[in-house]
Design a protein around this ligand. Structure first.
Ligand SMILES: *Cc1c(COP(=O)(O)O)cnc(C)c1O
Length: 367
């Protein structure tokens, strides 16, 4: 017994000695178990492909050479993405294993002890998480009460902290709104480092910065296929001037986009009309879900340009509602625990029409 506890404590000591303190202080990103639940928590597209398209995809997969390393440059897929995403001529793109990996590549490239990552808050948690991984300092600048950018506060923080990178999610997650273009333009002009406009939800929004990347030297646009219905493939892209992209590419692991993803994503993008039809459906259902939520007394519902809707419950009720929805078989996202401006807030992903009705029925019953 004595020797066992000695070993245990020496193991603990070794972990404490060698694991970087900022990593020990983190808690791992938690993904809740959704088995058996209607899953409306993670901004997934709820639709599958038509049967004949699935058959065609399986035929294509039969040609996959799993014994070979993938094309390190993913040339064919990159060409397809340039077309579908309307990447301007003269711009360069690199691909990531999800845009999460691209955030990691950007920060590894820019990292340094006193270097700052800046983003509005509430925002996407990966910016601050990966800033900790890369030993950078993260500065969050609060949004206004209506979740618009606080331009004065942003400009003051940029002046004070001289960030290496500013991340702007456009539309923003978890609030769902598009920030005002005037404010973004002022932020780009004032930033000493790069500005990454994260367009994870571009498919559901009416505005984009993709066409602007050749106009501004320090503007980069990031996208992902995850929210378009391909979350399982893990594929994101970063577009910008070659001078930046060539540097980022040095940190990309050579085979980061696997054979199955290269084949499947290209195939899906060649069938963009199917994806577009799903997106149109989700946008229509988003507006119906928004109206239905607005009709429930006591809720404050925020307009969304993404495939999810944020709403505020009566004070102190969010966590209870979240848990009761779970018991009723429906998983959404509880943001109440994050506190601050998200106190009493819940976020629901737009599902199929039937899933949305189920959610609204359950919520009405609980309110
Ligand atoms: C979902 C999301 C991402 C991550 O996308 P992946 O490509 O799946 O890694 C990036 N940014 C924002 C704002 C998101 O909501």
């Amino acid at each position: 017994m004595v020797s066992m506890s000695k070993e245990t404590s020496s193991l603990r000591d070794a972990v404490a000695q060698w694991v970087r303190p900022e990593i020990r202080a983190l808690s791992a990103y938690h993904v809740p178990d959704a088995t058996g639940l209607v899953k409306l928590d993670a901004m997934e597209n709820p639709y599958h492909w038509p049967e004949d398209m699935v058959e065609e995809w399986i035929e294509l997969l039969k040609t996959a050479e799993l014994n070979r390393y993938p094309d390190p440059a993913a040339t064919a897929l990159r060409e397809q993405l340039r077309q579908n995403m309307q990447v301007p001529d003269g711009a360069e793109i690199i691909l990531g294993n999800g845009s999460d990996e691209l955030i990691q590549i950007i920060l590894m490239t820019l990292a340094g002890k006193e270097r700052v990552v800046l983003a509005p808050e509430p925002g996407f948690v990966m910016y601050s998480m990966i800033a900790s991984f890369t030993d950078m300092r993260y500065v969050g600048v609060p949004l206004k009460a209506d979740f618009c950018l606080d331009l004065e506060a942003m400009l003051a923080a940029i002046e004070q902290h001289r960030p290496a990178v500013v991340f702007l999610a456009y539309p923003n997650n978890p609030t769902g709104n598009l920030f005002e273009r005037d404010s973004i333009d002022r932020i780009i002009a004032a930033s000493p480092g790069i500005v990454v406009v994260d367009e994870a939800y571009h498919a559901f929004a009416d505005s984009s910065y993709m066409a602007d990347i050749m106009v501004h030297d320090k503007l980069l646009v990031m996208r992902t296929v995850s929210k378009m219905g391909l979350a399982g493939l893990r594929l994101g892209l970063l577009a910008g001037k070659p001078e930046w992209l060539n540097e980022f590419d040095k940190l990309r692991l050579p085979y980061n986009i696997n054979v199955l993803t290269q084949l499947s994503a290209r195939f899906a993008l060649q069938n963009q009309t199917v994806l577009d039809a799903q997106t149109a459906r989700i946008k229509k259902d988003r507006s119906e879900l928004f109206d239905a939520l607005k009709q429930i007394p006591g809720l404050q519902v925020y307009p969304s340009q993404a495939n999810f809707i944020l709403f505020r419950t009566p004070a102190g009720k969010a966590t209870e509602l979240f848990e009761k929805l779970c018991q009723a078989g429906i998983l959404i996202k509880n943001l109440d625990k994050a506190g601050g401006q998200l106190r009493d807030c819940l976020r629901v992903t737009v599902g199929t029409g039937e899933q949305n009705s189920q959610f609204i029925r359950a919520l009405k019953q609980l309110m």
